[in-house]
Write a protein that binds this ligand. Structure first.
Ligand SMILES: [Zn+2]
Ligand SMILES: [Zn+2]
Ligand SMILES: [Zn+2]
Length: 147
């Protein structure tokens, strides 16, 4: 089964009726290699000649968040971004502070050792963490070298 139909089945199981906007939103997020903002989702819908009002799009995003089909990512630039929630796909992001490009970063040995240290030092049981990287992407580095 394709990933999109698996997601649709999940929603159907929860009693949601089919919605083409929602289907499109999920498709953009599945295809994108980086998280998308609501604005980017709206732009993609318009590029596909679909013109929903913003409220509809925000409402669909809320639903998908509530049902844990997508994840909200806050990269501290005032824009919320979204990506498909996949169990066992825990990763981080690298954000270019010059052009705003976001890349998903998989780290081989995530932060287990650090979490264990925290637990042994403070008896705190760590359940999750947020870690994002900020800097300059390859392309922006080239531009600044030329100037
Ligand atoms: Zn950049
Ligand atoms: Zn990501
Ligand atoms: Zn991590």
């Amino acid at each position: 089964m394709s990933e999109i139909s698996a997601l649709q089945d999940q929603l159907k199981g929860k009693g949601y009726r089919k919605s083409s906007f929602r289907e499109n939103i999920l498709t953009y997020l599945l295809k994108s290699s980086s998280p998308l903002s609501a604005k980017e989702i709206l732009d993609s819908l318009e590029a596909d000649n679909l013109f929903p009002n913003k409220t509809t799009v925000y409402r669909e995003i809320e639903k998908l968040l509530k049902e844990r089909l997508i994840l909200e990512i806050d990269l501290l630039d005032g824009k919320k971004r979204y990506e498909i929630y996949r169990t066992n796909d825990h990763h981080h992001h690298a954000v270019c502070t010059s052009c705003g490009k976001v890349e998903c970063i998989d780290m081989a040995n995530d932060l287990d050792a650090i979490e264990n240290q925290i637990t042994s030092k403070t008896k705190f049981r760590v359940e999750s963490h947020v870690l994002e990287f900020f800097g300059t992407c390859a392309q922006c580095q080239t531009i600044s070298r030329v100037c």
